[in-house]
Design a protein around this ligand. Sequence first.
Ligand code: HEC
Length: 114
Amino acid sequence: MRGRLIAAAGVAAALAASVALAAQSPPSQAPAQPQAPPPLDPVAILKDACAMCHGVDFIAEHRKDRDDWDFTVRRMIDKGADLNPDEAAALIDYLAKTYPKPAAASAGGAHGVQ
Ligand code: HEC
């Protein structure tokens, strides 16, 4: 009875020692989490890259189809909007969905005076 107890204690001690050893020499670790690109927030991009020259309200007054937004955003990049290609794509997508050209606008005059 007593012998078994001591043996069990010995096993426990050996186990603890090997755990401690393992903890002391960690295997060479790769960085814990893979670097996922941060999600692009088009509203933040709009405020950062576009609102420095004219308000977001001004942009929101415009209604365009995707090609036109694409064209406009590229034009604004030429003027100095600071966007990388991923941000530009996310922003064009957002603008095309949020401020689309009205589908059934009567030809001409839909948007008042230019
Ligand atoms: C460096 C200043 C500057 C930045 C940055 C800028 N714009 Fe402009 N934007 C202008 C100026 C100046 C005009 C008016 C002259 C013109 O249309 O060329 C204009 C006009 C516009 C117009 C109306 C004319 C059109 O083509 O529909 C829209 C819409 C517009 N900008 C959207 C944007 C968006 C979206 C961004 C961000 C990607 C942006 N702008 C960033 C200077 C800027």
